[in-house]
Design a protein around this ligand. Structure first.
Ligand code: EPU
Length: 444
């Protein structure tokens, strides 16, 4: 298995570009199932999850027509050529939870879907009850058979409804994507109340509108949809990845660096910017004043970071997907910070690993108190999920000595060529096989 070897203590300086958003791309790609026409995407990042989604769509008869072009172009053209297969098997769903995104589109377009129920993952239980509640409200008949969710539309097709989609932890991003993607082809009016307001949902709604859907209110908690009979093809550019952007800003801050970040969706990062500000991280928009979803920003930080308190919340609150990266940064702040996780209360596997690097952390339930230390020290550490891996890379960039981050396949799910891009701005980071790492560093 691959590991990253990081020699810490180097200041990051230079330019770095943010890729298209993985979490926007996955439901967008699933929405290609909604039309018989061609759908072209630009700026799709080259990641394991994206390849899995391409494979899943192919199994469902929705083929990538530009197969000859590599994934690194970011361009994908799909067409639904064979609509008899509507089963997403466990084999693929277990490799990628976001496979659940095909449920709404299949049900709306083909009248049926069978999807292996996703299991839990290292960040928590991750149920899909709200997805099912929303689709049932549209008239779907849903049962659980042999671990698969089996969904059928009623004889006359799905019909619009007023749906409250909030749950114990607030709104659901992929649940909203599923219900929205189904409602666009349902008969009549659908109102989704307590809808997710995330920029990825706005991107999906905008693409669906360009395909002929009638949607208003996206970006607010109440989305209204007037169903249409069919959707046409589209050519859509995926929004930039706000989580990748936030990770790079944290990388500049933790190394006391000076990074210019291009294609930064700063307008979708106001809560994040507020917390960076409070910590003494200076983000200045260099250009892109009229295109704040693709701005260029320059990031510098005070030599000594200030402690902050933050609570993760659904958008426009602070995103859970940047919680771990912020924790790495706050380990080096001058004082006590407090992080409370309100979306995935168990998403703290990085706490024990950061402690191995000299961080001073105290967790109680969904809250962690971070007492800043003067330095972190390199150590062998184990990545447990995508964002926890990013957190350990950040800690490694700032730590004294060598850090070996094991299981970087987690990181590869969300960041394309992270090591190359960080090395370009001055980090000393290399990818190698764990077989090449000295024995002492593999004892994790
Ligand atoms: N929830 C339910 N029932 C449901 C659905 C969700 O109780 O039917 C709960 C979840 O357990 C959680 C909360 O609601 O406590 C929010 O979960 P949500 O459904 O919004 O998460 P998701 O849509 O499955 C997406 C991202 C995650 C990101 C979350 C929250 C994708 C592919 N995944 O997941 O991204 O953390 O929204 O913003 O878009 C990541 O990129 O590292 C990642 C995990």
């Amino acid at each position: 298995m691959d590991v990253f070897v990081i020699e810490g203590g180097r200041r990051l300086e230079g330019n770095i570009r943010v890729n298209g958003s993985k979490n926007a791309a996955l439901p967008l790609m699933a929405a290609a199932l909604l039309t018989d026409d061609k759908v072209t995407f630009r700026d799709i990042p080259d990641l394991a999850d994206i390849r899995n989604m391409v494979r899943l769509l192919a199994e469902l008869g929705c083929l990538r027509l530009n197969e000859a072009e590599g994934f690194e172009t970011g361009v994908h053209t799909f067409r639904n050529v064979e609509q008899s297969q509507s089963h997403a098997t466990y084999d693929i769903v277990r490799t990628m939870r976001a496979s659940i995104c095909v449920l709404g589109p299949l049900l709306a377009k083909r009248g049926q879907a069978r999807i292996a129920q996703p299991g839990g993952c290292s960040i928590g239980d991750r149920p899909v009850d709200l997805h099912l509640r929303g689709l049932r409200a549209l008239g779907a008949h849903i049962t659980l058979e042999q671990g698969d969710i089996v969904a059928k539309a009623p004889a006359g097709g799905l019909r619009g409804a007023t749906i409250f989609l909030g749950g114990r932890f607030g709104s659901t991003v992929l649940g909203t994507a599923n219900v929205l993607s189904a409602a666009v082809l349902a008969k009549g009016t659908t109102v989704i109340e307590s809808a997710a307001c995330e920029p990825e949902i706005v991107d999906l709604a905008e693409m669906l509108i360009a395909m002929g859907a009638k949607i208003t209110g996206h970006g607010s908690p109440r989305i209204r949809v007037e169903g249409v009979k069919e959707l046409s093809g589209v050519n859509h550019r995926v929004i930039a990845d706000r989580i990748e952007a936030g990770t790079f800003i944290a990388a500049a801050a933790i190394t006391n660096g000076d990074l210019t970040i291009e294609n930064c969706p700063i307008d979708a990062m106001l809560a994040v910017r507020d917390r960076f500000d409070a910590a003494g991280v200076n983000i200045r928009t260099v250009n892109g004043e009229d295109e704040l979803m693709r701005a260029t920003v320059r990031v510098t930080a005070d030599r000594v970071l200030k402690p902050v308190e933050l609570t993760t919340q659904p958008h426009p609150g602070f995103p859970t997907d940047l919680q771990a990266q912020f924790m790495a940064m706050l380990c080096l702040a001058d004082g006590n910070s407090v992080i409370t996780e309100r979306i995935f209360p168990e998403r703290f596997l990085h706490v024990a690993e950061l402690s191995r690097m000299g961080a001073n952390l105290f967790r109680q339930g969904a809250t962690v108190v971070i007492s800043g230390v003067r330095k972190l020290v390199g150590a062998p550490v184990m990545a447990s999920d995508l964002r926890a891996s990013a957190c350990l890379v950040l800690a490694g960039l700032a730590a004294e000595g060598t850090t070996v981050v094991h299981r970087v396949y987690h990181l590869d799910r969300g960041y394309d060529n992270m090591e190359g891009r960080l090395a370009n701005v001055g980090a000393r980071i290399t990818r190698t096989s764990d077989a090449n790492v000295p024995a002492a560093a593999t004892e994790v």
